[in-house]
Design a binder for this molecule. Structure first.
Ligand SMILES: *[C@@H]1O[C@H](CO)[C@@H](O)[C@H](O)[C@H]1NC(C)=O
Length: 314
């Protein structure tokens, strides 16, 4: 997912005029036990916004890593694609250090007991990184805890698409080599931004496929713009197939949410079980055709997923 900029609706415009353009691209949402939703967004050294409701209004709290990442790579001041998880009494925030279109990338991690601005400790590199010539681009991390197996980080985009690597416990460093979990050999290999979600014995691998950004300048052929797709497997570590049984290592993928009505190019998604509604929430960014196609026009959206037949639809 790329460092785009989002605007999050009239209320947040009114309430936080200073940070109107500051809630961008890929984001990650979690609900704290006291009922506060935290949303971490690409840009502004990972912007923190909070709300009492997924529908907002969102209040900008500040940056998670205001000093920039300890990782000494270009992009250390412009962090992307946050992913938030809780383990024990700590929250873990993963982020990407990279620059647009470059494979010179690394995934970092920070921890906090509360998630509030000013409480984050940056631990720097997780050990998952890439450079020119690597099979993948080390961005877009997502952590999942696999019962009996421990932590897995799924990550990546473009090049040879999605990879996964085992992580130590606590999940601050990788603990083994990576392996591919999804690949689309055709076109631009435009798969990125994985989210692995365990439900009723299946691991669901959500990802974004297609063209994410600059859609005001460079509009792709209809159907080639960003969309959210899914594969599933009984194992977290591989064997992902789509609804028709096609392997997701050879182009498989079932669409969960694509352009419809005034919604265009939804992607950069995350998924979580919301204790408040009891539902599984799919959240994402999208373009509202009535507002504009520029990266700065993107909106934050969410739906409750339905799971008829064991496959999610938005
Ligand atoms: C694979 O790429 C082709 C060409 O861009 C695209 O039409 C197709 O939807 C992609 N499939 C997935 C699962 O990304």
């Amino acid at each position: 997912m790329l460092p785009t900029t989002l605007i999050f609706g009239i209320l947040s415009l009114v309430l936080s005029a200073v940070s109107v353009l500051a809630a961008p691209g890929a984001c990650s949402v979690i609900r704290r036990d006291d009922g506060t939703y935290f949303r971490f967004s690409t840009g502004h050294r990972i912007e923190i916004a909070t709300s009492r409701s997924l529908s907002g209004p969102w209040t900008i709290q500040g940056s998670a890593i205001p000093g920039g990442s300890k990782i000494n790579l270009p992009g250390r001041d412009d962090l992307w694609a946050p992913d938030i998880i809780k383990s024990g009494s700590l929250y873990y925030l993963y982020y990407s250090v990279s620059t647009f279109g470059s494979q010179s990338s690394a995934i970092g991690v920070a921890t906090s007991p509360s998630m509030d601005a000013g409480t984050w400790t940056d631990h720097g590199a997780t050990g998952v990184s890439s450079k020119a010539g690597s099979a993948y681009n080390a961005i877009d991390a997502n952590l999942v805890e696999v019962p009996g197996e421990g932590w897995k980080m799924t990550f990546g985009s473009f090049w040879r698409n999605l990879y996964q690597v085992p992580m130590q416990n606590p999940p601050l460093k990788n603990s083994g080599s990576s392996y591919q979990v999804a690949y689309n050999a055709s076109g631009a290999h435009a798969i990125e931004g994985p989210t692995v979600y365990l439900r009723e014995g299946y691991y669901y691998l959500f990802f974004s496929s297609g063209s994410c950004c600059g859609l005001d300048q460079n509009r792709p052929k209809q159907g080639e713009e960003y969309r959210i797709m899914v594969c599933r497997s009984r194992s977290a570590t591989g064997g992902y197939v789509d609804r028709t049984g096609r392997s997701c290592l050879s182009g498989g993928g079932t669409t969960v949410l694509a352009s419809n009505g005034n919604t265009y190019a939804p992607g950069g998604q995350g998924v979580f079980a919301d204790p408040a509604s009891g539902g599984t929430i799919l959240y994402y960014h999208y373009i509202d055709k009535r507002i504009g196609y520029a990266d700065g026009d993107k909106r934050f959206g969410w739906n409750v997923l339905s799971w008829s037949g064991g496959w999610p639809t938005a």
